[in-house]
Write a protein that binds this ligand. Sequence first.
Ligand code: SF4
Length: 294
Amino acid sequence: MALPLPSSLSPSKVSAFKNCALAFRFSAIDRLPEPPSEPAMKGTTVHRALELLLADAPDQRTPDRGAAHLQTALDEMRSTPEWEELAPEESTAERFAADTATMLERYFAIEDPRRIEPVGLELMLESEIGGVTVRGIIDRLERDPDGSLVVTDYKTGRTPMQTQEQSRLGGVHFYAFLCNEHFGEIPSRIQLMYLGSEPQIISTTPTEQSVRGLRTRVGAIWSAVERACEHDDFRPKRSALCKWCSYQQFCPAFGGDPAEARALSLQLQAQGPQLDLDIPPLHADNPELQPDGR
Ligand code: SF4
């Protein structure tokens, strides 16, 4: 029986499909909830603190102000259902706060936020490629002193090795495409700002050719998703990522039955409409991949 198509594609969905089509199906089509992930929640908290900081007037963006915004972000996080489900012990909650404070300190060590001229924070952009809605959330869009657009994506996971940098930068061309669609401009730079143990910024320069390439790649992936849905043919792809996969119990590679996932999905849908939100990155507990808590 054919499966329903996902409502949209995003950078995280595209990379999820490439990593393992079956895990993509469980997440984006069956929409099975994943347990809360502490690394992802830390990422969300730090993103929120930076969003509040960059919304301040430039001269107010001090480390003390950042710490105050982090406290606000932590308070918000502590009132979420995810936090309730995680139910951290007091010592874990203290470590959570300390780890996010460390990430914020690293941010101030690699950038002076007073120099940034944001034109958008947590900016949701969407467009169409080959009949599918594509959307992405840009952490920060700014104007460089020369007037060109710059996209910044905060990453709270581990900094990639040099050999992994290009593959990590692959998804950012999505943002270049969306900026071109909305502002008629290709950003002059897209940067990944890693706030993990070895903080650093890696960046790339998108071009008309890379934006065209993105359009072609996303179109091909959407065609593959359509075919897989039509034939209910999402295959498992075993890799190191399986260790962090929340869906092993339904995966044939681990003795599970995908039909049980479908049954659970239909049961959840019968309990109420599912929100049409972007899925968080799969394997969200993976400290190398966990990028931003969304
Ligand atoms: S356990 Fe591995 S192969 Fe199975 S769905 Fe998850 S990522 Fe894919």
